[in-house]
Design a protein around this ligand. Structure first.
Ligand SMILES: Nc1ncnc2c1ncn2[C@@H]1O[C@H](COP(=O)(O)OP(=O)(O)OP(=O)(O)O)[C@@H](O)[C@H]1O
Ligand SMILES: [Mg+2]
Length: 311
């Protein structure tokens, strides 16, 4: 028996009024319990896909099944399974934080008691409890994002969909949001995340789909995606010595870049120790070093350029 799938999307197409074809026949599925990244450049069709899953956008054709419920046959069952954190803020700015959650709970038919308990639980977990009586317009951008997550969780959905939840959020809050989402996932909630922060993907996600211009370019595990990397690039700030000595080192390429920095490209399987031993031997001091790109970022760019792993 195969695992119950949280989501099955078959031949999903969307043509917007006016004739723009935003989705050209997407096929992918997500296992229950997965932490899934839906990636793609601006305009790829991510929010359109998410809009269809959450009944905000009507699909043109294709089928969607959420935990076995067909979106066309049982949209209410599908709705109950899903908690959505949309890309744009969509709560009333005059409502108080606590009331936004309670209203959402009412919408899902939760009792008053359950609504109050849920609101308290998620406002505390998302560090918004002190702000519960505040009108939402008085929240900072990062707080508004967290409010949308709390609201999405109020009916304890089996599938949490987050459309760029960390856009414009500072590093500290981003990390605390990661911690929260990770814990929700560990407790069994399937998560779909879209983001342009590819570090986030590397930190959190298990499986990845990349779409571009309404087509699926890549769909596999993050591990598999990363195994495509055959080289890593580092940027070094160096002092002394003659870098051209590096020409003698196998599996390593280097070039001078702007600002007097050196970019060093190292093939997979080559130890950094080899590089450092060599630099030391040639009296080249490394003042600092950073990776040029996040690994997922480089692969992402390559895939978009090449058109992915579809045949
Ligand atoms: N209501 C609409 N009417 C017409 N075209 C639309 C509509 N909504 C989206 N589109 C178009 O569909 C394409 C996909 O948009 P979508 O919002 O799904 O992209 P996205 O992958 O979420 O991008 P981003 O990363 O910028 O959020 C875009 O070209 C967009 O202009
Ligand atoms: Mg979007």
């Amino acid at each position: 028996m195969s695992k119950l799938q949280a989501l099955q999307v078959s031949n999903l197409k969307k043509t917007y009024t006016g004739g723009f074809e935003a989705l050209k026949g997407l096929n992918f599925s997500i296992d229950q319990g997965d932490f899934f990244a839906l990636l793609g450049p601006n305009g790829a069709g991510k929010s359109t896909t998410i809009g269809i899953l959450s009944s905000l956008v009507n699909k043109t054709s294709g089928t969607v099944k959420v935990f076995g419920h067909d979106l066309d046959e049982d949209p209410i069952a599908v709705k109950r399974c899903i908690g959505l954190v949309p890309q744009e803020f969509n709560f009333s700015i005059f409502e108080r934080v606590q009331d936004i959650l309670k209203q959402q709970a009412g919408y899902y038919g939760l009792s008053r008691h359950a609504a109050e308990q849920g609101a308290e639980k998620y406002l505390k977990l998302l560090e918004l409890y002190d702000k519960r009586h505040e009108q939402s317009k008085n929240l900072s951008g990062g707080m508004k994002r967290r409010l949308m997550i709390a609201r999405a969780m109020i009916h304890e959905p089996k599938l949490l969909i987050l459309d760029e939840p960390t856009a414009g959020v500072d590093v500290e809050i981003r990390h605390s949001m990661w911690k929260f989402i990770r814990s929700i996932n560990r407790q069994g909630t399937t998560v779909i995340l879209t983001t342009h922060y590819l570090e986030e993907v590397e930190q959190l996600c298990k499986n990845v789909a990349i779409i571009d211009k309404g087509d699926l370019l890549f769909n596999s595990s993050l591990k598999d995606l990363l195994s495509h990397t055959d080289r890593q690039t580092f940027v070094l700030d160096i002092a002394g010595g003659d870098m051209s000595a590096l020409d003698a080192l196998d599996h390593v390429q280097w070039r001078q870049v702007e600002g007097g920095f050196i970019e060093v490209e190292i093939e997979k399987g080559t130890s950094l120790n080899t590089l450092f031993a060599f630099l030391t031997q040639h009296h080249i001091e490394v003042r600092s070093m950073r990776t040029k790109n996040n690994r997922v970022e480089s692969l992402f760019m390559d895939l978009i350029r090449q058109g992915g792993n579809k045949e």
